[in-house]
Design a binder for this molecule. Structure first.
Ligand code: SF4
Length: 247
């Protein structure tokens, strides 16, 4: 059967999965603390290879000291480094944060840009960060955020045959309605933390089991834990959340 004839059934399954995830995690949202688009951008850059909990521990002091792009652009780099040190890779992150804020000031009038092509010009920003910032700060779904959980679950759920985030994102953009692109990512991340973990997926209590071709399979080599991309992982996804719909 050709791919185009398969698509409607796969699309229906993706939408049914999305509906169930919305019931399971009705209040799912970005778990990074921020007040402005610039602060979300900075927090998302800091969240690479770091937990959101840790990021939320360092950003209050960082944003008190440098609350906007102008302040961050003019900051002493070593001071930024000291404030973000505990998030890991702090020199690179501090350098990217300052360079991004300088570009925001010089090229974008002090505002975090809204176009994907402009967001991708900012140092330290790739598609994942751009999607998170655009969806949560601007309310615009430019794409589907693909972190390690979205990558793993989308593959297990049989909605992609790819392991490359760009191709996975492309597949999901075809399957899901644009208004739900970020809804998908945020809830898949919750489910990946609470039920469909990398090493020990709990298929026997998964409310998606009847829709999942991997429900009876052991984890594949793909499932090796990857510490990257914790940008929008929930701080404390618990089985109690999943149990809301009787899983
Ligand atoms: S059935 Fe198993 S593999 Fe499929 S989504 Fe649920 S926990 Fe993950």
């Amino acid at each position: 059967m050709c791919a185009s004839r398969k698509l409607p059934a796969k699309q229906q399954r993706a939408i049914e999965i999305l509906l169930r995830l919305k019931q399971l995690y009705p209040d799912a949202t970005c778990s990074l603390d921020y007040e402005t688009p610039m602060q979300l951008l900075v927090a998302t850059i800091l969240s690479a290879q770091c937990t959101d909990v840790r990021v939320n521990m360092v950003t209050p002091a960082l944003f008190r000291r440098f609350p906007d792009a102008a302040a961050m652009a003019g900051a002493d780099l070593e001071e930024i480094e000291a404030l973000v040190k505990s998030t890991g890779f702090f020199r690179n992150k501090a350098k990217n944060i300052q360079a991004a804020c300088r570009m925001i000031m010089t090229e974008f009038g002090g505002e975090v840009p809204k176009l994907m092509e402009d967001l991708l010009k900012l140092p330290g920003v790739a598609r994942k960060t751009a999607n998170v910032v655009s969806a949560h700060a601007h309310g615009i779904n430019l794409g589907v955020t693909v972190d390690t959980h979205v990558k793993r679950l989308t593959y297990r759920l049989g909605l992609t045959e790819h392991k490359d985030p760009i191709r996975i994102e492309r597949d999901l953009m075809k399957l899901l309605p644009q208004p739900d692109w970020e809804n998908w990512s945020i809830r898949i991340i919750y489910h990946g933390r609470a039920v469909c973990m990398a090493r020990n997926p709990q298929c026997d209590r998964c409310t998606l089991a009847d829709l999942c071709p991997s429900a009876t399979l052991s984890p594949k080599p793909l499932d090796t834990p990857e510490p990257e991309d914790l940008a929008i992982t929930p701080a404390h996804p618990t089985p109690a959340i999943a149990n809301k719909s009787g899983v």
